[in-house]
Design a protein around this ligand. Structure first.
Ligand code: NAD
Ligand code: UD1
Length: 337
């Protein structure tokens, strides 16, 4: 099976390429390197000892998409390319809608022109917004609190309407919880280009000495230790969910959302403690007020993915922190950009 991976040089895309290649999928990447470096694909090639066709271009470029479709002739597209910073999305809403909504629209239109009917889409649990109940299942109301979340929900809508109009089309919508961790080789991992917004990469940079102290945002939540609870999912488990989703897309038409999480949640303090075990040193922390826009707890009901995709997360919290530390300590400055 031939799979076009947009945004394949990014954090989630690169790990997914390795899982696909291990199972002999033929892969092709379209990436504009706005948040990645070609070095990622060199490492993917050497780790897999395989071929990755790649195009440098933007997913909003119709001519480029037509060229990739004509030359690579994909059976399916995994659409990772997009923007993901919640704070930035409030400052640059038009840019976020252009890339995340316009980019998805351009990809689907190119697929339609080429007769490619299967797409796996990177959505986010952030589409749910403030929980009315937990764990979130896929029927939970969707009221995203950020422009970023809105852009993901709009893209989901476009894909859903497309499959209603095109009876041969299949859109598998994956709502990721909190992806963390790195490939077991320590050769690829998450490489934030700026100050990390997210907890795990921030802790990793403290552990390696690039930052002095982790700020814990809020210790007065209604949670067992007062800090925020999240459903962290190992990036390799998440990558494998895409392989499962491809199989599902071959067997089904229509659009269907799936939560991609473990169904378990950990607090900020749990993560700090686990990282301390992984790196063999205590992580310095300081307490600060809650971060604006944060919710107390998020947790997936991952039952639908288990039943229908036949997929389940298998990595533990220690797998997440140990692999992150292996990547960060081996690559203190990330990829050389
Ligand atoms: P990432 O930034 O590492 O990867 C995105 C890739 O897309 C990068 O390689 C970037 O260069 C590329 N890209 C961006 N805009 C592009 C464009 N217009 N044309 C072509 N390429 C473009 O991010 P990631 O963490 O790998 O996330 C992948 C997808 O998953 C994104 O759509 C993101 O919104 C979604 N997602 C991520 C998380 C997370 O925590 N990492 C959570 C939920 C959803
Ligand atoms: C954030 C985004 C969310 C996105 C997700 C991707 C916001 C408001 N939400 O979610 O839309 O889908 O990333 O994984 O940005 N924390 C600290 N100190 C830090 C960083 C984080 O204490 O320096 C805490 C947070 O308050 C939270 C937990 O760690 O309780 C996890 O934070 P983070 O990794 O940013 O993920 P989310 O808040 O779930």
């Amino acid at each position: 099976m031939r799979v076009l991976v947009t945004g394949g040089a990014g954090y989630l895309g690169s790990h997914t390429l390795l899982e696909l290649m291990a199972l002999n999928y033929e892969v092709c990447v379209l990436d504009n390197y706005s948040n990645a470096t070609p070095e990622v694909l060199s490492r993917v090639r050497s780790l897999s000892n395989g071929t990755v066709t790649d195009y440098t271009g933007d997913v909003r470029d119709d001519a480029m998409l037509d060229r990739v479709m004509a030359e690579f002739r994909p059976d399916a597209v995994i659409h990772f390319a997009g923007l993901k910073a919640v704070g930035e999305s409030a400052e640059k809403p038009l840019y976020y809608y252009d890339v995340n909504v316009g980019g998805t629209l351009a990809v689907v239109r190119a697929m339609e022109r080429a007769g490619c009917n299967r797409i796996i889409f990177s959505s986010s649990a952030t589409v749910y917004g403030e929980p009315t109940y937990l764990p979130y299942d896929e029927a939970h109301p969707t009221t995203p609190k950020s422009v970023y979340g809105q852009s993901k929900l709009m893209a989901e809508r476009i894909l859903t309407d497309w499959t209603v109009a095109n009876g041969a089309a299949s859109a598998v919508i994956l709502r990721y919880f909190n992806p963390v961790g790195a490939h077991i080789s320590g050769q690829i991992g998450e490489d934030p280009s700026d100050i990390p917004n997210n907890l795990m990469p921030y802790i990793a940079q403290v552990a390696v000495g690039k930052r002095d102290v982790l700020t814990i945002f809020g210790d007065d939540y209604d949670t067992p230790d007062g800090t925020g609870l999240r459903d962290y999912i190992h990036v390799v488990d998440l990558a494998r969910a895409h392989v499962a989703a491809l199989g599902y897309a071959v067997r089904h038409t229509g659009a269907r959302p799936f939560n991609i999480g473990t169904g378990q949640s950990y607090s900020v303090r749990d993560i700090v403690a686990a990282f301390g075990r992984a790196c063999g040193a205590e992580i310095p922390v300081r307490q600060a007020p809650r971060r604006v826009g944060d919710i107390a707890a998020m947790q997936a009901d991952a039952g639908r993915a288990m039943r229908e995709l036949n997929w389940k997360a298998t990595h533990t919290l220690d797998d997440m922190t140990v692999s992150t530390w292996k990547w960060q300590s081996g690559n203190p400055d990330g990829y050389t950009r």
